[in-house]
Write a protein that binds this ligand. Structure first.
Ligand code: XLS
Ligand code: NI
Ligand code: NI
Length: 433
C-alpha cells in the first residue's frame, strides 16, 4: 500500500441526489440497460500514461506534477504500478490500457528494455490477480524516444523499422501475457514533416508490410483480441498517414487487412480531422471495422488535441447512440485517453476527473439507450428508405442504365420530394438527452 490516495474512499453509486463528491451519481455498474449491465456496456478503462506517466508539461513549460514514483528505476516503476492499481480499485475500474514506456524505465539497449518490460509485466500480472481490473489494450510507444523522430514503421532508416517491429513483438507478448482484449497501433510519427524529404510510396509500403507482420504474429501466438489502428490526422507530425476512419479503411483494403484490423476512435482525433466523433463511429460501424473508443475532448477554441476529460452529455450521447446502434462493444471499451490539467496537482483531482467523466458517459449512455428503446429515430430511418423494399426497386441495383431508362419511360416515373424531418428528429432527440 502506498499512501498517495490516503483518505480517499472507494467510489460507490449513490444516485443523482447525492451531494458526496466521492460518489457516482449516474454510473451504476449493476443497473440493467438494453439487456446488459451498465458496466458491461461502458467497459471503462484508465489510461496509464496520462494518469501516472505524464509530468504536466506543455510546449511552454515543463513538469508541474511531483509524484513520488517519477524516475528511472525498476523500484519506482513498481511503486507506479502500486499507485495505479490503488486508483483502479478506488474507481472500481474494469480495465486499464498501457504503453511499454509508461510502465517500464527506458533501458540502455533493446535487451534491457525487454527485460524491464517483462519484469514489470510480471509484477502487473501479480497485481491483477488481486484486482478486478483487466487489460483492455496494450500498445508500444513508438513516438517519444528520439530514435522515432522520423517515424517507426515508415522511418527512412531500416534499423528503426527493425527496432520498432521487435518492440511491437514484445508489447504484443506482454498484452497476451496479461490477457489483453485488444492490441492498439497509434502511428504518432507515421507521417511527415515535409514532403521535400519524404517518399510517400515507400513509406506507405513499409507501413503496410509492418501491419501485415503484426497480423501474422497475432495469429502465430494465438492472440484472441482485436488489432486496432487509432486514426489521427496530425500532431505530432504535420501529416499522419492514418488520417481518419475513411483513410484507414482504404489503407486496410489496399493491403487486404480489412477483416483483420479494426479502429480505435478517439474523440479529439475525430475533431482534429474535421469530423464529429459520432461520424467516425458510425462510419467505422458501417464498414464493419468499429473496435473501441478513446474518450476525451478537445478544447474547441485552441484547436489542440488537449485530451481533456469529457464533460458534455449531449455530445457523448451521440457517440453512445451510434455504439448501441452498432450492437455495442465486442472486445472494445471506453478508454479515458484524458489527462487532468497541469494545474490540477492533487491526488483528488485525478480521482474526481475519472468520477465525473464516468458519470457523463453513464448519463449519455442512459439517454442513448432510452432513445433507441423508444424506436422513433430508427422507425423514421427505416421509413425513409422503405421504397427500396419492393422487389422491382431492389432490382434497380442489379440493373443497367438502358433498362432503367426503359422502365422510367414505361412507368412514367416522376419522383416527388419528401421531407427529411430533421428538426422533428432533433426535437425527438432533445426529449431524451
Ligand atoms: C495520442 C494518442 C495515444 C494513443 C495511444 O494522441 O491518443 O495516446 O491512444 O498511443
Ligand atoms: Ni490522442
Ligand atoms: Ni488515443
Amino acid at each position: 500500500m502506498t499512501d498517495f490516495f490516503k483518505g480517499i474512499p472507494q467510489i460507490r453509486f449513490e444516485g443523482a441526489e447525492s451531494d458526496n463528491e466521492f460518489a457516482f451519481r449516474h454510473y451504476n455498474p449493476d443497473e440493467m440497460l438494453a439487456g446488459k449491465r451498465m458496466e458491461d456496456h461502458l467497459r471503462f478503462a484508465v489510461a496509464y500514461w496520462h494518469s501516472f506517466a505524464w509530468p504536466g508539461g506543455d510546449p511552454f513549460g515543463g513538469q508541474t506534477f511531483e509524484r513520488p514514483w517519477f524516475g528511472d528505476s525498476m523500484a519506482l516503476a513498481r511503486m507506479k504500478a502500486d499507485v495505479a492499481f490503488e486508483m483502479f480499485d478506488i474507481l472500481q475500474a474494469p480495465f486499464f490500457c498501457f504503453h511499454d514506456a509508461d510502465v517500464r524505465p527506458e533501458g540502455a539497449d533493446f535487451a534491457e528494455n525487454t527485460r524491464n518490460l517483462e519484469e514489470i509485466v510480471d509484477y502487473i500480472g501479480t497485481k491483477m490477480e488481486g484486482s478486478k481490473t483487466r487489460l483492455l489494450w496494450g500498445t508500444a510507444n513508438l513516438f517519444s524516444n528520439r530514435r522515432f523522430m522520423s517515424g517507426a514503421a515508415t522511418n527512412p532508416d531500416p534499423e528503426v523499422f527493425a527496432w520498432s517491429a521487435a518492440t511491437v513483438k514484445t508489447c504484443m507478448d506482454a498484452t497476451q501475457r496479461l490477457g489483453g482484449e485488444n492490441y492498439v497501433l497509434w502511428g504518432g510519427r507515421e507521417g511527415y514533416e515535409t514532403l521535400l524529404n519524404t517518399d510517400l510510396a515507400r513509406e506507405s509500403e513499409q507501413m503496410g508490410r509492418f501491419l501485415s507482420m503484426v497480423v501474422d504474429y497475432k495469429h502465430k501466438i494465438g492472440f484472441k483480441g482485436a488489432i486496432l489502428i487509432e486514426p489521427k490526422p496530425q500532431e505530432p507530425s504535420k501529416h499522419q498517414y492514418d488520417y481518419d476512419v475513411a483513410t484507414v479503411y482504404g489503407f486496410l483494403k489496399r493491403f487486404g487487412l480489412e477483416n483483420e484490423v479494426k479502429v480505435n476512435i478517439e474523440q479529439g482525433h475525430a475533431i482534429l480531422a474535421g469530423h464529429s466523433f459520432e461520424h467516425e463511429i458510425a462510419l467505422a460501424a458501417s464498414l464493419g471495422i468499429f473496435g473501441s473508443i478513446d474518450m476525451n475532448r478537445n478544447d474547441y477554441q485552441s484547436g489542440w488535441d488537449t485530451d481533456q476529460f469529457p464533460d458534455s452529455v449531449p455530445e457523448m450521447a451521440r457517440a453512445y447512440y451510434e455504439i448501441l446502434r452498432a450492437g455495442g462493444y465486442t472486445t472494445g471499451g471506453t478508454n479515458f485517453d484524458a489527462k487532468i490539467r497541469r494545474q490540477s496537482l492533487d491526488p483528488e483531482d485525478l480521482i474526481l476527473a475519472h468520477v465525473g467523466a464516468m458519470d457523463v458517459c453513464a448519463r449519455a449512455l442512459k439517454a442513448a439507450a432510452a432513445l433507441l428503446e423508444d424506436g422513433g429515430l430508427e422507425a423514421n430511418r427505416q421509413a425513409r428508405y422503405a421504397g427500396w423494399d419492393t422487389p422491382e426497386n431492389r432490382a434497380l441495383l442489379s440493373s443497367d442504365l438502358a433498362s432503367i431508362e426503359a422502365r422510367v419511360r414505361a412507368e412514367g416515373i416522376n419522383p416527388q420530394p419528401r421531407s427529411g424531418r430533421q428538426e422533428r428528429l432533433e426535437n425527438l432527440w432533445n426529449r431524451f438527452v
